[in-house]
Design a protein around this ligand. Structure first.
Ligand code: ASP
Length: 327
C-alpha cells in the first residue's frame, strides 16, 4: 500500500514564531521548518508536502485570506489523503468554522497551532502538528468537516473555543467535549457529528459585513448607533440565555427592519433559550421581535455563519433555518 500523503499549509502564529532579536517573537518560520521540528515524522511513513501560505499573527488574517485558502484546499485535496493547516490560535475557532462551512473536501481537514512558541521550554507546536497529521491520515476523520486537533484532543470546528490565554489546554468544546483523542499515536473518535451544510459565496459577492456587539449590565444601547450602512448584519452577544437590557430594544427594532440580527450568548457555553422568559429584552421577546437565535453557536461563530449566508445571497428564512440546523 502507498504511503499516506498530507499537505501542510502554514499561516504563521505562535507555532511558527522565532525571536525578533529584541526580546519578542514574530511568526516568521516557514512550513518546512515547522515539520523539521517534529520528532519521528521522518520515520512515520507519511509523505508530507509543505507550503507557507501566510506568515502572520492570526489577528491579521482576513476573511479574504480564508476564501483564498479554501480555494487552495480544494485544489490540493484530490492529490492528498489529508490537509493540515497551521495558524495562530487567537482566531483558530473562527477560521476552522469558516473552512468547515465553505469547503467540502473528500479528505480530512485538520487545523492546529501552538500556545508555547519554539523559543520557550516545552513548545507544544511539534506535538500538535504530529497529532494533526495523524488525524488527517486517519480514515475515521473523513466526512467530519474541519477538525481542530490540540493537546491530543480532536474538536469539531462547530464547537471548539479558545478558552485560556496561555494554557496548552486552551481549546475546549464546552457543551459536548471533544470528538476524540490521540494517544500513543492512535486516533480514537468517540462520536461523530452530522456534517455542516456547505455555504458557497456567490459572484459577485453581496456586501456581507457583520458586526458583533456585546451587551452588559447598564448598557444604554448607544453603541448600536454605530451599526450603519457599512454593516449588513449584526450579532448581539447577549446576557445569559440570550437577553438584552431594555434600553436596546428600540434600536434593535430599527436594525431588524433592515438587516438580520442574531442573538447569541456571551456566557461561553449552552444554548439560547426560546420559551422561558417574557420580560422586555428576554428570549421570548427577542424572538417575537424577529431576532435569529444562534442556538448553541457562540457570537464569533455566529458572525462567521451570518457573513457566509449574506455572501451566498441567502434569504431570511434560510438564515434562521441554517442557524437551527447547526444548533
Ligand atoms: N497567540 C497567538 C498564537 O497562539 C498569536 C496568533 O494567534 O497569531 O498563535
Amino acid at each position: 500500500m502507498a504511503n499516506p500523503t498530507v499537505c501542510v499549509l502554514a499561516l504563521g502564529g505562535t507555532i511558527a514564531s522565532a525571536s525578533d532579536g529584541k526580546g519578542g517573537v514574530l511568526p516568521n518560520l516557514d512550513a518546512a521548518t515547522l515539520l523539521a521540528a517534529v520528532p519521528g515524522l521522518d520515520s512515520s511513513g507519511v509523505e508530507v508536502s509543505a507550503s507557507t501560505f501566510r506568515s502572520v499573527s492570526s489577528a491579521s488574517l482576513t476573511l479574504d485570506d480564508l476564501a483564498q485558502l479554501s480555494d487552495l484546499i480544494a485544489a490540493e485535496a484530490p492529490r492528498h489523503d489529508g490537509i493540515v493547516i497551521t495558524q495562530g490560535t487567537d482566531t483558530l475557532e473562527e477560521s476552522s468554522f469558516y473552512l468547515d462551512l465553505v469547503t467540502d473536501p473528500a479528505v480530512p481537514l485538520v487545523l492546529t497551532g501552538a500556545m508555547r512558541n519554539p523559543t520557550l521550554a516545552g513548545p507544544d507546536g511539534p506535538a500538535n502538528l504530529l497529532a494533526a497529521i495523524q488525524v488527517a491520515t486517519n480514515e475515521q476523520a473523513r466526512g467530519l468537516g474541519a477538525l481542530v486537533v490540540f493537546n491530543d484532543e480532536i474538536h469539531a470546528a462547530r464547537s471548539v473555543r479558545k478558552a485560556h490565554t496561555t494554557s496548552t489546554a486552551a481549546f475546549v468544546s464546552p457543551d459536548a467535549g471533544p470528538l476524540g483523542r490521540v494517544s500513543e499515536n492512535v486516533v480514537r473518535l468517540h462520536r461523530r457529528l452530522s456534517p455542516a451544510p456547505t455555504i458557497r459565496p456567490v459572484t459577485p459577492t453581496p456586501p456581507a459585513n457583520v458586526a458583533v456587539v456585546t451587551t452588559y449590565l447598564g448598557d444604554d444601547g448607544g453603541v448600536l448607533d454605530a451599526i450603519d450602512e457599512r454593516y449588513q448584519g449584526l450579532v448581539i452577544a447577549g446576557l445569559g440565555g440570550g437577553h438584552v437590557p431594555g434600553p436596546l430594544l428600540d434600536r434593535i427594532d430599527r436594525l431588524t427592519a433592515r438587516m438580520p440580527v442574531v442573538i447569541a450568548s456571551r456566557t461561553g457555553a449552552g444554548p439560547i433559550l426560546r420559551t422561558t422568559y417574557s420580560f422586555p429584552g428576554s428570549d421570548r421577546d427577542l424572538a417575537r421581535r424577529g431576532l435569529i437565535s444562534a442556538g448553541s453557536l457562540d457570537p464569533y461563530k455566529s458572525r462567521v455563519l451570518l457573513h457566509l449566508l449574506l455572501a451566498s445571497g441567502a434569504d431570511r428564512a434560510t438564515f434562521a433555518d441554517t442557524f437551527e440546523q447547526l444548533s
